[in-house]
Design a protein around this ligand. Structure first.
Ligand SMILES: Cc1cc2nc3c(=O)[nH]c(=O)nc-3n(C[C@H](O)[C@H](O)[C@H](O)COP(=O)(O)OP(=O)(O)OC[C@H]3O[C@@H](n4cnc5c(N)ncnc54)[C@H](O)[C@@H]3O)c2cc1C
Length: 326
């Protein structure tokens, strides 16, 4: 017998929606037909309240941040494993102009996220100092996806199959592949491939993220390994790592630290981008629901976005206007 809700696509979005269903006792079947295709399996999973060159807090941070933190803590408890790693982000200033821009932007909405402003950062190329953001960290997204699939499989709620013909209420969480396939709707998108290196950097602190365009994130294994990325490529939307992608990431890496490094691994994935990194959701003409467009900030936006979508399905409540695809 088919379950009342079929979630199509088991990446970050689909697994998060599955957890929201599970935690509320809503029966569902999560399905995936290409288990290694998810962009989520390549993601670094950083969750940083302030990103980018403009020193602005992320879009609707007050609405999405706390639910995200609570969600990962809840899933960690059920799975009995660590998914969230608390790391401050050491955002190196590009130059004196960049630092002056930060000082000008340093108003009350930025203040809660500032741990410190410093002039020197050990083992980093930081001639003009850095701001250290707090409240930030990393979700091990690949682990979250793999463990969620295994957990739901054990609960007979995950299958590696195509959409069953008996499926009634279908929710598409199909990421960049769904956007390219226009499944279940045709959304204009600017999805972007990104490549990430796993590197060993002896001597670099393993309890913080370093960022200035490129970022270096500890893997959490305490074996001097880090993730380093990521470039943006809007033309090649494959999951294949490339020599030019690696070159771009390595060039960014050497602009952050003078320490020698060794490349251990190289992966690529595609970020589903519709409206910057703002999630979008809605219904197709056939009545199927979808959640997509998590962009470069899936870890921040997926939990609350999935909750809004589930609420809409259960109660008929309107999806907030700012989350609807226009
Ligand atoms: C290199 C890189 C670095 C990133 N870094 C960060 C970061 O630091 N912080 C952050 O928050 N975000 C980051 N992201 C973005 C984040 O990972 C994405 O927003 C998120 O993973 C998207 O998840 P998704 O579930 O929408 O898509 P996906 O992970 O792509 O999952 C979609 C799934 O749907 C499946 N599917 C598609 N069509 C069908 C179908 N017809 N039937 C069955 N299954 C189907 C696909 O096979 C796929 O498994 C990064 C992404 C990349 C690529």
């Amino acid at each position: 017998m088919s379950k009342p809700v079929t979630i199509v696509g088991a990446g970050l979005a689909g697994c998060t929606l599955a957890w929201q269903c599970h935690l509320r006792g809503v029966p569902f079947l999560l399905i995936e037909d290409q288990p290694t295709a998810a962009g989520s399996l390549a993601a670094a999973g950083m969750l940083a309240p302030v990103t980018g060159k403009a020193f602005n807090p992320s879009w609707r941070i007050d609405e999405f941040y706390q639910p995200a933190r609570e969600f990962y803590a809840q899933v960690e408890q059920v799975l009995g494993t660590q998914l969230w790693y608390d790391y401050p982000v050491v955002r190196l200033f590009f130059d004196t102009k960049d630092r002056a821009k930060f000082e000008k932007k340093r108003t009350s909405n930025l203040e809660p996220w500032i741990a410190e402003v410093c002039n020197e950062v050990p083992n980093a190329i930081a001639d003009d100092g850095a701001v250290i953001w707090q409240g930030s960290g990393r979700v091990n997204v690949a682990d979250f996806v793999r463990r969620s699939r295994a957990f739901f499989q054990a609960h007979q709620s995950y299958e590696e199959t195509s959409i069953p013909s008996s499926a009634k209420t279908i929710i598409f969480t199909t990421g960049a592949r769904g956007l390219v396939d226009q499944n279940p709707v045709n959304l204009p998108h600017r999805s972007a491939k990104g490549e990430i290196l796993t590197v060993k950097i002896p001597g670099l602190r393993q309890d913080q993220i370093i960022s200035r365009g490129t970022w270096i994130v500890p893997t959490g294994k305490h074996d001097e390994t880090f993730l380093c990325g990521a470039n943006y490529d809007w033309d090649d939307l494959s999951n294949t790592p490339t020599a030019s992608g690696r070159e771009t990431v390595e060039s960014g890496l050497t602009s952050l630290t003078p320490l020698p490094y060794e490349v251990l691994d190289h992966v690529a994935g595609v970020r589903p981008i519709v409206r910057r990194s703002e999630p979008v959701m809605g219904r197709s003409a056939e009545g199927h629901a979808y959640l997509n467009g998590l962009g470069s900030k899936g870890t921040l936006y997926a939990p609350k976005a999935a909750e809004y979508l589930l609420e809409h399905l259960l109660t008929g409540d309107e999806i907030p206007l700012y989350l609807q695809a226009m």
